[in-house]
Ligand binder design. Structure first.
Ligand code: IMP
Length: 428
C-alpha cells in the first residue's frame, strides 16, 4: 500500500497539479479532503485543456475512483459545470463520487460572502466570494446542509427554512439587501440531490477499505499552509485545514495510514488576497516575476503579489505538515537574475532577529525580511532533465533550501509541461 498526500506550503497556487498529475496516473483513488471551488487548477488531457476548481486535479489521469471527501464544501452548480466540461469532450465521469457527509454551499452562503466583504470595506479578507467561509461556519454551527440531506425532502425543507430565517434577517436588516425566497431554492436543491444521488457514498468506509487492501491512494490538498484556519496568517486565511493533518478529518482515514507527505513550494512566493507577506516585492522585480511566471489567480484572474522565497515561513509549513518530500516548482522563472535573494530570518520592529513564524498577524506586517543573497543563473533551464545538468548556481540555490529545511528535494519543476520535471530523489 502507498498513500500520498500533496499539500501546498505557501499561500496556494504552488503548482500542486504538477505532482498530483504524475501521481494520479498510478493511483487507485484520488481524493480531495478540504476547500471547495475556491481552488483552481488547469489540467490537460492530450490537447484538451480543463479548468477545474472543485474536482481533484487528478480526475482525468486516475484510472480508479475519484472522491470528494467529507471535509470539502460542494457547490452543486460548480460540480455539474465541471462534470459537463469533461463529459462534453467524450470522457467519462462515472468514477467521481462525493461523501454523504460533505457540506453543500447554498446560494445564501455566496451572498453572505459577497455582502460581508463589501461591508468590511478596507478590512476585507479578499475571499474568492464562492461562499466557502459561510458554508464552513454553518457546518461548525451545526446548521449546515450535507450531501445526504439533499436526498431527504423533509430534512432539506426544515434546514432551508431554519437557515433562511437567520440569513434573511441579516440580508434585510444588516446589509440592506433583498431576502432569498424559499421557493427559489428548495426545488432546485432537491433536484440537485436527485442528480447527485448515484455519486453520493459513505466515502470513509470505501477509503479505509481501499487502504487496507493495499491500493494506492492520493490525497490532494487545495490552498496551502499559510491559508490554514489555525496556522495561517489569521484572519487572512481560508476556512479549512489544507494540511496533511486535515486529511484525517477531511477524509476519515487515520494518521497512521498516511505515508508520503509531499510539500510543494514555488522557488519564490506569491499570494492572492489580502494579508501580510514579509518578502513581498514591488516595482520591476515583482512585475518580472509576475509576467514570467504568469502569476494571475486561476479562480478570479487577480494579479498575484510576488516576492522572494521565505524560508522562515517554509520551515514552519514543513514542520506543521511533517513533510517527508519537497517539490520546488517554477525554478525556471528565476532564470536571468544576477542575484537571487532568499529570506532566512525576520527583524522585528524592536530590532530583534527571529527565525520562527509568529502567531500575531499584525506584528508580521511590521517585520522586515532578512535575506541571504545567492548568485543567479542566466541559462534557460526549461529543457533540463536532470539535477546535474542544472547550472551550478541553480543547484546551490536548491541545496541552500534543503540545508535550511533539513528535507531533500524530490522533484523540481522547470516549466508548465508535464515533461518539464526533474526527479532528484525517489519516493518510498
Ligand atoms: P476563501 O477561501 O474564498 O474564503 O478566501 C480566503 C483567502 O484564501 C483569500 O485570500 C483567497 O484569495 C485565498 N484563497 C482561497 N483559495 C485559494 C487558492 O486556491 N489559491 C490561492 N489563494 C486562495
Amino acid at each position: 500500500m502507498s498513500t500520498y498526500v500533496v499539500v501546498g506550503l505557501q499561500w496556494g497556487d504552488e503548482g500542486k497539479g504538477k505532482i498530483t498529475d504524475v501521481l494520479a496516473e498510478k493511483s487507485d483513488y484520488v481524493v480531495r479532503y478540504q476547500g471547495g471551488n475556491n481552488a483552481g487548477h488547469t489540467v490537460y488531457a492530450g490537447e484538451d485543456k480543463f479548468v477545474l476548481h472543485l474536482l481533484p486535479s487528478g480526475v482525468l489521469q486516475c484510472k480508479g475512483k475519484c472522491i470528494i471527501g467529507n471535509g470539502v464544501v460542494i457547490d452543486p452548480e460548480a460540480f455539474f459545470d465541471e462534470i459537463e466540461q469533461i463529459e462534453k469532450r467524450g470522457l467519462s465521469t462515472d468514477h467521481v463520487f462525493i461523501s454523504s457527509r460533505a457540506h453543500i454551499i447554498m446560494p445564501y452562503h455566496i451572498l453572505l460572502d459577497t455582502y460581508r466583504e463589501e461591508f468590511a470595506g478596507k478590512g476585507q479578507i479578499g475571499t474568492t466570494k464562492r461562499g466557502i467561509g459561510p458554508c464552513y461556519e454553518d457546518k461548525v454551527a451545526r446548521v449546515g446542509i450535507r450531501a445526504i440531506d439533499l436526498l431527504n425532502p423533509g430534512i432539506l425543507r426544515a434546514k432551508i427554512e431554519e437557515n433562511l430565517l437567520v440569513k434573511n434577517a441579516l440580508f434585510e436588516k444588516l446589509f440592506n439587501k433583498e431576502p432569498i425566497r424559499f421557493e427559489d431554492i428548495f426545488q432546485k436543491y432537491q433536484e440537485f440531490g436527485q442528480r447527485l444521488k448515484k455519486r453520493i457514498i459513505d466515502s470513509e468506509f470505501e477509503l479505509n477499505y481501499a487502504i487496507q487492501q493495499d491500493n494506492n491512494v492520493l490525497f490532494e490538498g487545495a490552498q496551502a499552509l499559510m491559508l490554514d484556519i489555525d496556522f495561517g496568517t489569521y484572519p487572512y486565511v481560508t476556512s479549512s485545514s489544507p494540511t496533511t493533518g486535515g486529511v484525517t478529518v477531511g477524509a476519515g482515514v487515520p494518521p497512521t495510514s498516511l505515508q508520503n507527505l509531499i510539500g510543494v513550494s514555488k522557488a519564490y512566493c506569491t499570494r492572492v488576497g489580502n494579508g501580510p507577506f514579509p518578502t513581498e516585492l514591488e516595482g520591476e522585480t515583482e512585475e518580472h516575476i509576475r509576467k514570467t511566471g504568469y502569476e494571475y489567480g486561476a479562480s478570479t484572474g487577480r494579479p498575484r503579489r510576488c516576492g522572494w522565497l521565505d524560508l522562515v515561513a517554509l520551515r514552519y509549513a514543513c514542520m506543521i505538515n511533517g513533510i517527508t518530500h519537497l517539490v520546488i516548482t517554477k525554478l525556471d522563472v528565476l532564470s536571468g537574475f544576477d542575484k537571487i535573494r532568499i529570506c532566512t530570518a525576520y527583524e522585528t520592529q524592536e530590532g530583534k532577529i527571529i527565525d520562527a513564524f509568529p502567531a500575531i498577524t499584525d506584528e508580521l506586517s511590521g517585520y522586515k525580511a532578512i535575506y541571504k543573497e545567492l548568485n543567479g543563473w542566466k541559462e534557460n533551464i526549461s529543457t533540463i532533465k536532470s539535477f546535474e545538468e542544472l547550472p551550478k548556481t541553480a543547484q546551490d540555490y536548491l541545496h541552500f533550501i534543503e540545508d535550511y529545511l533539513g528535507i531533500e528535494v524530490y522533484l523540481v519543476s522547470v516549466g508548465p509541461e508535464r515533461s518539464q520535471n526533474i526527479i532528484k530523489t525517489h519516493l518510498s
